[in-house]
Design a protein around this ligand. Sequence first.
Ligand code: PLP
Length: 378
Amino acid sequence: MIYFDNAATTPMDENVIEVMTSIMKSEYGNPSALYSTGRTARMIINESRETIAHDIGACPEEIIFTSGGTESDNSVINMIQNIGTPGKSNVVISRIEHHAILKPAVLLQQKGYEVRYVNVDQDGIVDINDLLKKIDEHTLLVSVMLANNEIGTIQPIQSICTLVREKNPSTYIQTDAVQAIGHMHVNVKELGVDYMSASAHKFNGPKGVGFLYVRKGSYVPSFALGGGQEFGFRSGTENVAGIKGMSVALKNNVDKLFSNTQKISSVVEYIINELDKEKVNYVVNGSKEKRLIGNLNISVNNADGEGLLHLMDLRGISISTGSACNSQKKEPSHVLMAIGCDENRMDGAIRISVGKNNVIDEAKILVDVIKDYTRLIQ
Ligand code: PLP
């Protein structure tokens, strides 16, 4: 099996599997219990929180563990109902956010809050003038993702934070960094955001666990009520093995960011060079410069992306046509639409997402399939 769908999910690192297995076997105590196995589980959580906080430039008490990106994203959008006034307050979000932001925003709208959508340019970069025009004294939240899951475009979050605060210093700023964390340098203090979402399975950790960074002093959404875990904001017995696995996975990726980036770039560059050499008629979707290193979203002229995906599958290769979370549906991608792709370009779009475990030999096979496919449709 050749796996080129690392934006959908990533294989877990060996040492992550080992540490999780050992915790599940031996450290099964409830972290809220007062006896020693409980205390050990609590210690594992505390140490993991410290490691994760350190890796993103945060303080440990600014990290709230969640079940993943969707919960973290949803919670921040939903908190507007706790602090806003229907018919008066508004939130400003980019058109290319993940559905974990867009869908709760639709619910907000139904409850009487105004949702203002910000345009992006043809590379998928947020139009800053449009963003600033949409902010006023009633804007409670701005939500712009750090890196897009479909086209990989990286947003200038740092300048967005500065400009938004100049316009309205009390507006909260959220960024969905699910695709970015573990794949590029991410430091919350440098970015300047109030909220940041992360998900372990996107950086070689386990599925079903993630975190929300909440800047000290920012309003903390209440996720779930019950036993008072996670500083009282997100009740529920913690996923001890998952949390530890996430901290080990993040550390692995942060420590090896430079070498992983070089390795991934060489595979992506190989694919691009070979497609160009073979004169495959394609375009890159999204920014060529400001993109996640492993994300290669291309549209092959006159192709059916899904047909190409199935041909790849027959040859043992996993890729995606759109984002993983909506790949079951045949709706056109809202991201490709937002960057102005026509139907032909949307139909022919595939997302090849390269990870740290991919090698050039796999890329050779992938390019061969694309070559065969383009011959078929000629
Ligand atoms: N946000 C982005 C940008 C994503 O790519 C994803 C998953 O594809 C999510 C949120 C949802 O994360 P999770 O799968 O952890 O719920």
